[in-house]
Design a protein around this ligand. Sequence first.
Ligand code: NAD
Length: 251
Amino acid sequence: MGRLDGKVAIISGGARGQGATEARMLAMEGASVVFGDILDDEGRQVEAQIRELGGEATYVHLDVTSEADWKSAVDTAVSAYGKLNVLVNNAGILIRKTLEETTGEDWDRIMSINAKGVFLGTRVAIPAMREAGGGSIVNISSTAGLVSSPSGSASYTATKGAVRLLTKSTAIQYAREGIRCNSVHPGPIETDMIQDSLSDPAQMELRMQRLPMGRVGKPEEVAYGVIYLASDESSFVTGSELVIDGGTTAQ
Ligand code: NAD
């Protein structure tokens, strides 16, 4: 028995990193998974790997800034698997610049992927979730959506703060319809996104000072939290913040 048996899920940014791990782990818990990205070759490889493991997964091209792409992802979920129960808004980018280094173009780009992308996905998924009698939306924010950091990117922090409160707004507006919405706040997780800083000793030293557990996290450690929020185990949980950060924001 899987914890997500019978559920149909969409995951954005699933070709790499945490999204690819979530696609695989949700499928292994019994969900039928539609996952999208802009990296189509890598996405199709992840699809093949999940199918080899016996999971049910379909890759779609999904640029989260495109409402038309979101519509076709939801259409794929409904036509291939009959409904939509879960949306994981995971896709995101990091622009590592100080406030003064950040250009207006940088700001618009990161806002449009990290914040508007979550809004569009939510807006398009809700009618299908209503049709299914309820659902669960999991928004991947960050510890950067809770607090800033000495080396933190100003624009990234702003997008993740936006995701945190969009989550609460969504939770309140749809609570009576059985559609839950929660945010996840990972600390540093070993993926391509932060590879530059993981291989820089000075940056690593700064990171370790902020990591009581003395290590960065693994994508699986976030995916377990996503599975909990996606499943009926969290049926009374909405508008909440699940912090998975090795103690970073506790100090
Ligand atoms: P990653 O760079 O490995 O993966 C991000 C994925 O998003 C990539 O596959 C990328 O192609 C995709 N993506 C980028 N732009 C897209 C677009 N317009 N449409 C669709 N997909 C797009 O990084 P990750 O660590 O797996 O990041 C996943 C999420 O976790 C992000 O929202 C990120 O901000 C968040 N996060 C990461 C960390 C970390 O330390 N890695 C910490 C906290 C939060």
